[in-house]
Design a protein around this ligand. Structure first.
Ligand code: COA
Ligand code: THG
Length: 567
């Protein structure tokens, strides 16, 4: 079928749905929900059989839903309605939640239900639930709904709605205000998680009105409720009634930087006299964690939103080197639970006084890490993609000998809309090495999200070891174990060493790096400001005025036909 994805932005859920429908042979095109006329125009051009809306904030006009059936993905159980479904589910402390695919009509979220799923609600930030459980079950529900529609079936009979489930209005800050003296730690965590990644919980910290994100338990710490007690890496420690919490990220709307940044930076004025606890230490805020099991070292790096600053790259590099010094057979780079890596830290770069210098430092720090992984020849390395990877993060993963993924992993191996950033991370060496020259070109030019299946056939991924994220950690342990004890281990290692020497003789890594960085220098310091503008727009979430032609395939089809007719 011809399916138009109508979405507020092409976020991770929209990308995963895009990949799932594309894999099933549908002709899929994307249009951003910019205004009604634009949507109507897209429908006219593409003539879709069906519209699927994985992430939509506005009402679809009757002129559209009365002509083409529109399937809305709602992150709530059957009967739940409204714009803050997941937020409310977390605030209400539900132990189960769901996803529903319903048909748009005049009323918000009140149309016929075509498919639905339920799942246990984990204690995690909203964005994490959204990118993991909601996405997994939304894909199943969309595929079921689309299948039903395509085969001419009608919607299944209506289900009964549980008591207490129905319309919930937009959640307000007052619905999750923190009372530092009254709330216990668990309630505070729940309130902050319900609003993380957006919009965060407003509160006063260190004398400033901020929005807070990335809250974690801080066992063993105690102090005055609502007061700053210590800092550790990006995080500040705040006392609660019964304990303390780490706040990793914050946003100060009164500042010139109205986007999320490390809390210790946002509140730096109030942190000078505070004790400093080393990050990643037992008492500190932990981003990098090393676990060893039977000659395999697992390096977990839980960087918020997968963004990796120069400092984080340097810390990860030393953790990698320390891991290697223990002489393991395999090092698994396990990334974080939500993202593996999204490349350089665009928010920190944007907040810097000298964004070009900060970009330069950041890309060099990633390159140093990439270089160390590539040149490691005394053990095997694996990038285990539990979470998605984007931009430089994909190429960093490819620095490892093997890349493992699960069926829901989505890769964006391009510097999507980042102002034609050339990229580095040794991608000009790594991508042809794993995919071959011709396919490497295609990967770079496509500028589309790539699902695990396609990534496997392209050579971007070497093994799909699980069907979903929930099964991935156990599969990762098992596969790493198998690799470490493989009879062929020694010959794999020898072959790797020989291949590295041969590659180095053909063209030294230093040459790849120099060539890539020459282009990056142009991007950062050159006359063309595209990268700086694109980064500003990305960080500030400036709404888009049109859908990129790589996504709005119906627009390029028509454009091509128009030009053919004209000639
Ligand atoms: N630096 C800082 N923040 C980043 C980031 C980066 N490199 N990559 C993603 N983020 C943030 C987003 O701003 C967003 O923030 P939020 O918490 O306010 O929502 C969050 O991570 C998730 O991004 P979103 O686009 O909603 O997630 P997604 O899973 O739907 O999409 C990507 C993932 C990778 C496709 C998309 O985030 C992207 O294009 N990132 C830019 C990658 C890039 O160009 N990096 C620099 C070059 S190395
Ligand atoms: N029918 C039609 N269009 C739709 C839906 C539908 N568009 C997407 C929508 N479902 C997804 N669900 C909602 C439910 C409620 C609201 C938005 C999306 C909502 N919005 C407030 C408003 O428009 O006033 C504003 C909320 C905000 O500021 O975020 O209440 O079923 N045809």
């Amino acid at each position: 079928m011809r399916i138009l994805l109508l979405c507020h932005s092409f976020n991770s859920l929209s990308q995963r749905v895009f990949v799932a429908l594309d894999e099933r042979g549908h002709e899929v095109s994307v249009e951003y929900d910019i205004n009604d006329a634009n949507t109507a125009d897209a429908v006219l051009r593409f003539q879709p059989d069906l519209i699927v809306a994985p992430f939509l904030k506005r009402k679809i006009p009757a002129s559209v839903w009365s002509v083409v059936p529109c399937f809305i993905v709602h992150p709530g159980v059957v009967g739940d309605r409204g714009p803050s479904a997941l937020d409310w589910a977390i605030v209400d402390n539900r132990d189960e939640w769901g996803v529903t695919v319903l048909q748009a009509n005049e009323e918000f979220d009140a149309g016929t239900v075509w498919a639905s799923r339920r799942f246990p609600l984990r204690a995690a930030r909203k964005a994490s639930i959204y990118r993991s459980e909601v996405t997994r079950h939304a894909v199943d529900a969309v595929v079921e709904a689309v299948g039903r529609y395509q085969s001419g079936q009608s919607a299944p009979p209506p289900q009964s709605v549980e008591p207490g489930i129905g319309w919930r209005a937009l959640i307000r800050q007052s619905d999750r205000n923190i009372d530092w003296h009254g709330d216990d730690t668990q309630s505070i965590l729940r309130k902050i998680r319900s609003a993380d990644g957006f919009p965060g919980v407003s509160c006063e910290l260190g004398g400033r009105e901020v929005r807070v994100f990335d809250a974690r338990e801080a066992p063993g710490h105690r102090g005055a409720p609502g007061k700053l007690l210590a800092i550790s890496g990006p995080a500040v420690l705040v006392g609660t009634r019964d304990n303390a919490v780490w706040i990793g990220h914050a946003l100060d709307r009164a500042s010139t930087h109205r986007f999320k940044l490390p809390a210790s930076l946002v509140l730096s004025h109030a942190c000078e006299a505070l004790p400093r606890i080393p990050p990643d230490s037992r008492d500190g805020y932990t981003e990098i964690r090393t676990r060893t099991r039977d000659e395999v070292v697992y390096l977990h790096f839980e960087f918020y939103n997968g963004a990796m600053s120069a400092g984080q790259c340097a810390r990860l590099l030393s953790a990698f080197i320390s891991a290697r010094e223990t002489k393991p057979r395999v090092i698994v780079l396990a990334g974080g639970s939500d993202f593996w890596s999204n490349g350089m830290h665009l928010n920190l770069i944007e907040a810097s006084d000298q964004p070009a210098d900060a970009s330069w430092a950041n890309i060099n720090a990633i390159n140093d890490l990439s270089h160390e992984i590539i040149t490691t020849t005394d053990c095997l390395t694996v990038a285990a993609l539990n979470g998605n990877a984007g931009a430089g993060g994909v190429f960093l993963a490819r620095a490892a000998d093997q890349v493992w993924a699960h069926a829901d992993t989505v890769l964006n191996p391009h510097y999507k809309d980042m102002g034609s950033l050339y990229g580095s991370e040794y991608w000009t060496y790594l991508l042809p090495r794993s995919c071959g020259k011709e396919r490497a070109r295609r990967v770079i030019d496509a500028r589309l999200p790539i699902g695990a299946g396609d990534a496997l056939s392209l050579g971007l991924v070497d093994d799909m070891i699980a069907d979903s994220r929930s099964e991935f950690p156990a599969a990762m342990l098992q596969h790493a174990q198998t690799l470490a004890t493989d009879d062929a281990f020694n010959s794999l290692l020898e072959r790797k060493h020989a291949a590295r020497l041969a590659d180095e003789a053909t063209k030294p890594l230093a040459d790849y790096r120099r060539e890539e960085l020459e282009r990056m220098r142009e991007n950062f310091y050159g006359f063309d400001p595209s990268y700086h503008i694109a980064r500003y727009n990305f960080v500030h979430k400036v709404p888009r005025s049109h859908t990129p032609l790589t996504l709005a395939r119906h627009r390029s089809i028509v454009a091509r036909e128009d030009s053919r007719q004209a000639s």
